[in-house]
Design a protein around this ligand. Structure first.
Ligand code: AMP
Ligand code: MG
Length: 351
């Protein structure tokens, strides 16, 4: 399957950007004017904003890397590495092989799985990368939505659970052609989904690639998942707005400034469908397999590392505000903005 990378019309870009929850505030950027490279990947608009014309080839080169990452992390693209890992698990399940040991080819997938499992444990399972089977059925990203019946949901849930997965580095002293990493699944019926962290993980990689190309000031925006490199060219921090969590809204409920950091939002209306008068959104409570119910509409997490911000914004949405604040009390360097159903913003600023 071809990666959907295309230049979009200005109007379409504006419409899509308005549908995300965070927006870099670009006013007052000083003498240099911003250049924006835009594409479409991971079902969303991706842009890199930079300020120095001479960086343009570096940015083009890094934008071209999006296809590489999509070919690792997509759950639905049969050519992706994750898809193939899930296919191998399914094969093992069919053969009755348990536990299943699956080779992992790329360092990126290995590291993303490892980080996901580490945070699944830290968040008490609020973040769970094993909900793929349920996500396949709900099909939030597509059009074939189905709500599983209670018995089916329970049966699938009994084959989910991050604690059933383990990653390992494989010793390379023997067969040098062997894949360097592996995943062991105590239950091969698991379907892995990394949609709750892949964009953040990729943003961190794109940052390193841009920095290696000499870029010192830029905004990476993966569908509202924002990471900034350095300060604005005028030496001041970048401004970021938390948008009102409603489709199409461009109203800022809050704003803050960041330098060399990432801001990631999870919201119940980013992806959803309605059936029989009930709205089903895309952030699932791993305890029930149903859309997470809290009084939150969105959570924005600010951290240096975008993968961590992405994982935590999804986790905090599942936990709800009280539990998330309790979690934050034991963290350093992580801020959060909670938006409730009345669009009231409460911010938690880290120690
Ligand atoms: P985000 O927009 O980062 O909050 O991620 C939402 C996406 O993460 C969904 O579209 C699913 O692919 C996946 N997901 C849903 N619920 C969970 C969960 N509890 N833990 C981990 N990933 C999840
Ligand atoms: Mg997330």
């Amino acid at each position: 399957m071809m990666v959907k990378m295309q230049l979009l019309s200005f109007r379409k870009i504006c419409a899509l950007l308005a549908s995300v929850l965070l927006l870099p505030l670009l006013s007052g950027c000083g003498a240099s004017s911003p250049h924006v490279r835009t594409g479409f990947a991971f079902d969303t608009v991706v842009s890199i904003t930079y300020y120095d014309g001479k960086d343009s080839s570096a940015v083009t080169k890094v934008m071209d890397r999006l296809e590489h990452y999509e070919k690792i992390f997509s759950r639905t693209d049969p050519e992706s590495e994750l898809y193939q890992v899930n296919a191998r698990l399914a094969e093992a399940a069919k053969e009755g092989a348990s536990p299943a040991v699956v080779p992992i080819r790329s360092l990126e997938l290995y590291e993303a799985l490892k980080l996901s499992l580490e945070y699944a444990e830290k968040t008490g399972g609020a973040f769970d990368p094993t909900l793929g089977k349920l996500l396949e059925i709900y099909d939030f990203g597509g059009t074939e939505h189905r709500v599983p019946a209670d018995a089916e949901r329970e049966e699938i849930l009994s084959h989910c659970g991050w604690e059933k997965l383990e990653t390992a580095e494989v010793s390379r002293t023997g067969d040098v052609s062997a894949y360097p990493y592996q995943l062991t699944a105590a239950d091969p019926q698991i379907v892995i989904d990394l949609g709750g962290m892949a964009k953040g993980f990729i943003a961190d990689r794109l940052k390193e690639e841009l920095k290696a190309e000499g870029v010192t000031s830029a905004i990476i925006n993966l569908g509202g998942n924002i990471l900034v490199i350095g300060n604005k060219p005028d030496g001041r921090p970048y401004g970021i707005g938390v948008l009102k969590p409603e489709p199409g809204s461009s109203e800022n409920l809050a704003s803050f400034k960041i330098t060399d950091a990432s801001a990631v939002t999870s919201g119940s209306y980013q992806r959803f469908f309605e059936q029989d008068g009930v709205t089903y959104h895309h952030i699932l409570d791993p305890a029930t397999g149903l859309p997470a119910e809290s009084s939150l509409r969105s959570v924005t997490v600010v951290a240096e590392n975008s993968a961590v911000a992405d994982i935590l914004s999804t986790s905090f949405f599942v936990m709800g505000e009280d539990e998330a604040v309790h979690f934050l009390e034991n963290c350093t360097g992580i801020d959060a903005y909670f938006v409730d159903e009345q669009n009231v913003v409460r911010k938690y600023l880290s120690k």
